[in-house]
Ligand binder design. Structure first.
Ligand code: TNX
Length: 542
């Protein structure tokens, strides 16, 4: 009799685990393959986290969640106990950034070939757990169960990016670190920081301290719309600004690397640099003293002088410090929207045109970028630029970011260059995401969640050969109309989730109805995390 009782008791213990159905599973981005089995794994205080020696740090993404929400400090080991563990197991045959996740009754195994795969396996577990795992304070009376699934997953594209414009408005280090966490949750691996623009220079450069002392600050005119802010007179006291010290940058880069994210710095040239010229007027053709503008200046004529060698010396020195801080293979040099009226009349520029045998000053743009490309490639880096760098001939080793639609991507890939697709039609998160009368002021355009979801970095017009040159895709948050952290979150989430699926999931696995169901659990998760996501985005499906 006692045997029977024991069996019943043990049986009951098992049955008390949550009974899941396949509909309870909601992972964004959608995994490549998933098999659902009956049963559940239960996390408890004794669950061990097991990683190869010296690779245990990645486990923090899960460990810290349990510490906050369950109050447990899960132990990390380097060999697996008999049962009740999550094991990271290295398998060099696995696809880059891919992972196999197998959830069994009493153990969970994640196979991957390195950090990103392990991380993504753990982020998937996080999304299988009750949403309460996102809580920052203790949650009682909850079973930390996850369904017994077998997942085989790997990304469609290797560049899964998000750009944050920290120039038009400054976003401090903590906001950047929080953004990195959100990228990792969605299995995104690239954070492009737009560190330089007319309205602010945001990275400390030791050799040129005025870049941030002067170029990092401006006269606050936030009360006026972006396009109605006159450039202030010289001598006016500045009231808005900020920048990252080199220590801040080191912290951001190190944190990103622990979350599988590469930080790509963008140092704009030859235009969108009024902040630098305000600090060092000698960088322009006519040394005219200017202020850092608060609003948009159009057309942008105050640009670096392409005639003086000292401009290139300055840029090389800046990039040397930048490369010291950012291990990224790609260095973004901007290249967009330069109006060459000063170059037309500048004697040094005219001389350069003649000496280099160029047809006109327009060709100086491509001279400029090619010269920077030679410098960067001599240091083992790859130059990346907006699609304007195609004009007048692309530098040999350059990679192109196609933003004015897909044209630049088509042209560059046809010429055998790599491209990152970020067409403004689908990837510009500064655009409205719903009814313009109901939404907060934005740049214009119309980019609801459903349209982001339709984004595909490979377009029909591409041949198979061209498609091979598509590294992936990226969303860009330009921040002219994004003055606060709350507003930045509002513009970013959940559209970033739609973009993440477009760059991670297989084409066959993408389905809007299915995604819109899954995004609802993500809303709950964002809610628990205290993220100001746009609920409105979801209601608009046109
Ligand atoms: C174009 S995209 C720009 C940015 C603006 C953005 C606004 C690009 C390379 N240049 O300077 O912020 O449009 O949508």
């Amino acid at each position: 009799l006692s045997m029977i009782l024991l069996v019943i008791l043990v049986g009951c213990g098992e049955e008390s685990r949550t009974i899941f159905t396949e509909n309870d599973i909601s992972i964004v981005p959608k995994p490549l393959e998933m098999k659902f089995n009956q049963g559940a794994f239960r996390f408890n205080e004794d669950t061990k986290l097991v990683a190869p020696k010296d690779q245990g740090e990645v486990l923090d993404v899960l460990k810290d969640k349990f510490t906050a929400a369950a109050g447990w400090t899960l132990e990390v080991l380097d060999t697996a106990p008999r049962s009740n563990f999550v094991l990271l197991s290295t398998d060099s045959s696995m696809a880059e950034e891919g992972y196999d996740l197998k959830v069994m009754d009493n153990q969970i195994i994640i196979k991957a070939n390195g950090l990103n795969g392990f991380l993504y396996g753990l982020e998937t577990i996080r999304q299988l757990l009750p949403v309460a795992i996102e809580s920052k304070s203790l949650v009682n009376n909850i079973n930390w169960d996850i369904p017994k699934v077998e997942i085989k997953d790997s990304p469609r594209f290797k560049w899964r990016g998000f750009m944050l414009d920290v120039s038009r408005h400054f976003f401090d280090k903590d906001y950047v670190l929080a953004t990195i966490d959100q990228l990792a949750l969605l299995k995104m691996n690239t954070l492009h920081l737009h560190l330089v623009d007319d309205q602010g220079w945001r990275i400390e450069i030791k050799k040129y301290p005025k870049l941030t002392e002067v170029g990092g600050f401006r006269v606050d005119q936030e009360d006026k719309p972006w396009n109605a802010r006159p450039t202030p007179d010289l001598g006016t006291e500045t009231t808005y600004g900020g920048f990252y010290t080199q220590e801040d940058i080191k912290e951001i880069v190190a944190y990103a690397s622990s979350r599988g994210v590469t930080v790509v710095p963008e140092i704009e040239m030859p235009a969108h640099v009024m902040s630098a010229i305000a600090a060092y007027p000698e960088l322009s053709c006519f040394q005219k003293p200017i202020m850092v503008p608060s609003g948009g200046v159009w057309p942008i004529t105050e640009i670096y002088c392409a005639g003086k060698d000292s401009t290139f010396e300055f840029l090389e020195n800046v990039l040397l410090e930048v490369m010291e801080l950012f291990p990224s293979q790609y260095i973004h040099v901007g290249g967009d929207e330069a109006t060459k009226t000063n170059w037309e009349i500048c004697p040094d520029c005219k001389k350069r045109v003649a000496n280099e045998g160029l047809a006109n000053v327009e060709e100086l743009q491509s001279y400029f970028i090619q010269r920077m490309e030679r410098f960067l490639s001599s240091k083992g880096r790859i130059l990346l630029g907006w699609d304007e760098i195609l004009e007048g001939g692309l530098a040999p080793g350059a990679t192109v970011m196609s933003w004015r639609g897909v044209k630049g991507g088509l042209e560059a890939s046809e010429a055998g260059h790599d491209v990152v697709m970020t067409p403004n039609s689908h990837c510009y998160f500064d655009y409205y995401q719903g009814d313009q009368d109901a939404e907060p002021l934005a740049w214009g355009g119309n980019l609801p969640l459903s349209k982001v979801y339709q984004f595909d970095p490979v377009v029909d017009e591409m041949t198979a050969e061209q498609a091979k040159h598509v590294l992936g895709g990226q969303a860009n948050l330009w921040t002219e109309y994004v003055p606060t952290y709350d507003q930045a979150e509002y513009m970013t989430y959940p559209r970033l989730a739609a973009l993440a699926e477009a760059v991670w999931s297989s084409k066959a696995n993408r389905n809007w109805d299915d995604f819109s169901n899954r995004v609802e659990s993500l809303f709950e998760r964002y809610g628990k995390m205290g993220i100001n996501y746009a609920k409105s985005a979801y209601q608009v499906t046109t």
